[in-house]
Design a protein around this ligand. Sequence first.
Ligand code: XMP
Length: 175
Amino acid sequence: MSDLPGKVLFSEDTLSERIAELGQSICSHYGDKPITVIGLMNGSLFFMADLLRHLPVTTRLECWRVSSYLGQRSTGKIQGLDSHQGDYRGRNVLIIDDILDTGLTLAEVKRTLQAGQASDIEICVLLRKLGTLIHPIEAKWIGFEIPDQFVIGYGLDLDHQYRTLPMIRLLDKDN
Ligand code: XMP
């Protein structure tokens, strides 16, 4: 593991402690209400799976495959939303994503759910980059705030590598 790029930002233990706290907070917010969780793939795969273990048994699950990144940069366009234009009337939707960066992805996903008339839409992200937000969107639940540098591991990839690392690593600016 010593050949891995960058340095450890959040260990496996730190991630699991924080995710348990997020789960508790989400449960107390919704109480008995059923939730529809929409996990944005592939980045939120591990976070979503670990967080779901703390949520009520009535939780419904959908996985949406959307992407905007190429290498370490946002392309400014979201791909994959066309296949998710459904009817969400009466549903309390919780969107789960790995990281809130410019906000483009979550703003577009929220717009799609508003068009589907979801009753309530909230957002939970594991990470939020500081100083990068461009689109007007905020997450109700945030695991950790991080500097504006590229991160890998625990679902986050760099050109399809490093996604399966159990921890999150921060790359140096020149990686
Ligand atoms: P936006 O700009 O739409 O970005 O808020 C959100 C999506 O971009 C990807 N992203 C990253 N992926 N390391 C990654 O592996 C990063 O540092 C990073 N920053 C943004 C991610 O897919 C996220 O859902």
